[in-house]
Design a protein around this ligand. Sequence first.
Ligand code: E4P
Length: 228
Amino acid sequence: MKLYLDTAVYEEIEQAVGWGVIDGVTTNPTLIAKAGHDHEEQVKRICQIIGNVSAECVSEKKDDMVVEGRRLASWHKNVIVKVPLTPDGLGAGKVLASEGIRINVTLCFSVNQALLAAAIGAYIVSPFAGRLDDINEDGMRVVADIVSAYRQQEIKTKVLAASIRNPMHVTQAALAGADIATMPFAVLKQLFEHPLTAAGQKRFLEDYRKTQEAKPVQGQAREATAKR
Ligand code: E4P
């Protein structure tokens, strides 16, 4: 399972790229607004340092979305165009996919919706696990069911577990067979954490320092050899 960052904050993406653990980024209008930058400028900047950058259409009508999707895709080869799981969104996605543009169908909440996304030849479908949990439905169950339906139907569309809220969601997404999980920067940082890693690393460094302190300094070592 590939790990993506769900953010439009450049500094967070830059840091995670430095750690070598992420393969892409998902943005949406809310995240772009939070980052406080111009959409085009920010997406182009992100595309300079990472591949697979989802940028979302905000038009409502199919024809407008086709024009917008082409414009988003023209910004950079790394852009994946996000369309909503609505009749207009899928209609536009179908046109764009037929032109070779990679499509991420967003706001998916059921297996049937995921089948619709696959039908237009989407590159990615994004089931929102956390938002399902928020309304007392099992979000990761839906992710697992989509994976299972796609496998049975030999569908190639990638399943991206989105709306991830905690590290447990990441584990569950991997066990469910999701192709990708996108998560906030705070959750990505939590994936590194384990008390035994922290304690083990502290101990190794302390023991290494002890061996350095026990070592005679160079001059003293020479004197000791001369006296012998
Ligand atoms: C994914 O592409 C979405 O941007 C995101 O995962 C939504 O997450 P949220 O429900 O935490 O807003």
